[in-house]
Design a protein around this ligand. Structure first.
Ligand code: GUN
Length: 297
């Protein structure tokens, strides 16, 4: 069997097109652009790339981007004061504090300061709780993007066996909640799971989010399963001195067994920013008191 390739880049491009159309509607109705504030503390090179890319995509979608770059030695009180100012700013619909933060700053304290109705990352405990009990809120971008790809591929997920590998607050746990809400039978596997290959072999849906290059092997995959690879790992390439990106799944092997699989790059990665824009626009409509159909974007 050769798996179908799930083209996250194309799906994200189409989603961004729909977002741009709706963002223009928002501006026509309110006389202002939906706005996303991104806060970066310090000079982590990967974070700088992400933040630049988020700002560029926000503007491309017809929304306003507010970037706040603070020095690495920023005091927690100053960061919290900035978040509070953004909470109070009516031009700001969504707030994202880029993680990881420098070690002297407590991430949970900072996230807890964000108004949950502007928490477009879905990291605030209020939004984690809303997801757990099925109330409307904001869902972390990467798992929501994975769910969109799964539903596009499979339609109803009801009754399917899903295995999520990884239990992070950002991906694994919310992914499991989303799959449970779709009536999957969900297993969360992690570094202490016994006999991981056998656990994965039961799955109709595999979501790999562990950050270990090519850990999931072809013979762990049930024939025909749908495989979503969240990993983005940089490894040495065959050419000396060069690197390449690989996922958490042995793509070449798994593609011979799975029914469908996301590539790395070009699978889940492009979905994260598209969903961030989606969450920001949803925040803008909600916070302006304009009704938006659940399936509008
Ligand atoms: N760092 C890596 N991914 C993310 C993300 O999705 N949101 C934030 N805030 N920081 C990140």
């Amino acid at each position: 069997m050769t798996a179908d390739v799930i083209d996250g880049k194309a799906f994200a491009g189409a989603l961004r097109g729909r977002i741009a159309t709706l963002a223009a509607d928002f501006t026509a109705q309110t006389g202002r652009k939906a706005g996303l504030a991104v806060v970066l503390v310090g000079e982590d090179p990967a974070s700088q790339v992400y933040v630049r890319s988020k700002g560029k995509s926000t503007v491309e979608a017809g929304m306003a981007s507010f970037e706040h770059r603070l020095p690495a030695d920023t005091a927690e009180a100053d960061l919290i004061a900035l978040v509070n100012a953004l909470n109070a700013d009516p031009a700001v619909d969504g707030i994202l504090v880029q993680l990881p933060l420098p070690g002297h700053l407590d991430e949970q304290t900072v996230i807890a300061t964000i108004n949950p109705d502007k928490d477009v990352d879905g990291f605030h405990v209020t939004n984690a709780g809303r997801l757990a009990v099925g109330q409307p809120g904001f869902v972390p971008c990467t798992p929501l993007g994975c769910l969109m790809l799964l539903k596009d591929r499979l339609g109803s997920l009801s009754g399917l066996d899903a295995v999520v590998i990884g239990r992070s607050n950002i991906v694994g746990k919310p992914m499991a909640q989303l799959l449970l809400a779709e009536s999957c039978t969900v297993t969360i596997a992690h570094s202490r799971t016994k006999n991981l290959p056998d656990v994965v072999r039961r799955a109709d849906i595999v979501v790999a989010a562990v950050g270990r290059p090519e850990m999931v092997k072809a013979d762990w995959i049930k024939p025909g399963a749908t495989v979503i690879d969240v990993g983005i790992n940089r490894v040495a390439a065959a050419d000396p001195g060069k690197t390449r990106l690989v996922g958490d799944v042995d793509y070449a092997g798994a593609a011979g067994v799975a029914g469908a699989i996301t590539p790395v790059p070009g699978g889940v990665g492009p979905m994260t920013i598209a969903v961030l824009l989606r969450n920001t626009l949803v925040a803008a409509f909600r916070n302006s008191g304009i009704a938006l159909a659940d399936d509008a974007i």
